[in-house]
Design a protein around this ligand. Structure first.
Ligand code: EPZ
Length: 429
């Protein structure tokens, strides 16, 4: 099993290209199930989750071709995927696949809309919480689906196809919004989704669906109005920049000090997180090519932050911010309101010398003078990268075990950091 070895204490300087967003690329790939035509996605990040979803989609009958390398400037431009689901050959998404990646549950809506039936394994809980799917099912029932749960599978049928409906989510859910948005694009008539998640990745998927022939109003707001099409067509779409990767590197620079430009980053996608960083005393500047983050000399001010659905502070940056706060000049408070169990990094950060007290959904972090390297264990994607940030700050060597979590969501993490001066290497095997 691969490990990552980091020797902390180096400042980061230079530039880092920001990849396409994992959490947009996955639902965009799933959108290919809605059309027999070719969907071309550009700027797709090369990640374990993307590759796993490619396998899952192939199992449903999607032909997938990836463009080879192109001559030209060396900067990162992501991969180009051509997906074509001419015929859906299998409407079953088996447990072995769905249990490895929750987002694959989102094939349910598109399969149902296109084929009138689908059998998709329940994803089960995961390290960060129980993560039920009741809202997905509620939404699809409003569109006319009949749903049974048998032996761990959701068995959904829509005799005569899905129809439009009014879906009022009692709670904001990114996944349930994706599932219903995708399905309603190919349902008969109008669907209104109220209390829809407003995450930019949902807007990106909606824009792609518009290119494919759906009519969608309210993109970027909490009320989406979708006129389904009888048939969706092929399209060409470029995956938007990854705001979580952007925020992660911004926090890493804040943590180590230095001066880095995040190329291709879009500040409007993570305003709340950048505001929090500004409050810590870090310089945040929008440039022509992205975002510049700089910290020279002075320490980090403590902050109080609560995770919230977009446009609030993202839960996917909570662990990284906590790593930064471990050496702040005072006490910070971070409240996690989205997932009930997203604090696994706390014990590992403590191994590096952090002083963190947990009470229910709230972590109180007393800034310490410095962290010291130690062996640690990665637990989930974002928790793992918080350990990378802590290790970059720590004195001495940190060995991070179980790094396959990082490979699910960070493209070329070691390369991007080492080019800016970090001492980081992967030990394979
Ligand atoms: C998406 O997960 C992201 N995943 C997560 O990123 C992200 O943390 C999360 O949204 C919140 O922003 C992808 O985009 C692939 P939710 P999702 O449905 O859709 C509850 C990462 O690290 N809920 O918005 O699964 C749920 O338990 C990942 O990249 C229900 O109660 O999240 C949670 O408490 C991790 N019933 C809350 O809603 C439901 O039917 C928000 O979950 C669905 C969700």
């Amino acid at each position: 099993m691969d490990r990552i070895r980091i020797v902390g204490g180096q400042r980061l300087n230079g530039s880092i290209p920001i990849s396409g967003a994992k959490n947009a690329a996955l639902p965009l790939m799933i959108a290919s199930l809605l059309t027999p035509d070719r969907l071309t996605l550009k700027n797709v990040p090369n990640l374990a989750d993307v590759n796993l979803l490619a396998r899952i989609l192939r199992n449903h009958g999607v032909d997938l071709a990836v463009d080879g390398k192109r001559a030209g400037p060396a900067h990162h431009i992501g991969e180009t995927f051509h997906l074509c689901a001419r015929d859906i050959v299998d409407t079953v998404a088996p447990y072995e696949m769905v249990s490895r990646m929750r987002a694959s549950f989102w094939v349910l809506g598109p399969l149902l809309a296109r084929c009138g039936q689908a059998k998709v394994s329940l994803p089960g809980g995961c390290a960060i919480g129980t993560r039920p799917v009741d809202l997905h099912l509620m939404g699809l029932k409003e569109l006319g689906a009949e749903i049974d749960i048998e032996a761990g599978y959701v068995i959904a049928k829509a005799r005569g196809g899905l129809h439009g409906g009014r879906v009022v989510f009692p709670k904001v859910s990114v996944g349930a919004t994706h599932n219903v948005l995708l399905a309603s694009s190919l349902a008969r008539g109008e669907t209104v989704i109220e209390n829809a998640a407003r995450e930019p990745e949902i807007g990106d998927v909606a824009e792609c669906l518009v290119k494919m022939g759906a009519k969608i109003e309210g993109i970027g707001t909490s009320t989406l109005r979708i006129q389904g099409a009888d048939r969706l067509e092929g399209a060409v779409h470029s995956v938007l920049a990854d705001r979580i990767e952007t925020g992660t590197f911004a926090i890493a620079v804040a943590a180590t000090g230095g001066d880095v430009t995040l190329e291709g980053a879009r500040p409007e996608l993570l305003k709340t997180a950048l505001d929090a960083l500004t409050k810590t005393g870090v310089e945040v500047q929008t440039t022509n090519s992205g975002i510049r983050i700089a910290r020279n000399g002075h320490g980090i001010e403590p902050v109080t932050v609560e995770t919230q659905p977009f446009p609030g502070f993202p839960t996917d940056l909570q662990a990284q911010l906590m790593a930064l706060m471990t050496t702040a000049k005072g006490t910070s408070v971070i409240r996690e309101t989205i997932f009930e169990n997203r604090f696994m990094h706390v014990q590992e950060l403590a191994r590096l010398g952090a002083d963190i007290q947990l009470h229910g959904d709230t972590a109180t972090i007393k800034g310490v003078k410095g962290l010291t390297g130690a062996p640690v264990m990665a637990t989930d994607l974002r928790a793992s990268v918080s350990l990378v940030i802590a290790a970059l700050m720590a004195e001495g060597e940190t060995m991070i075990n179980r790094v396959y979590h990082l490979d699910r969501g960070f493209e070329q993490l070691e390369q991007k950091l080492s080019r800016c001066g970090a001492q980081i290497e992967r030990l394979t095997g």
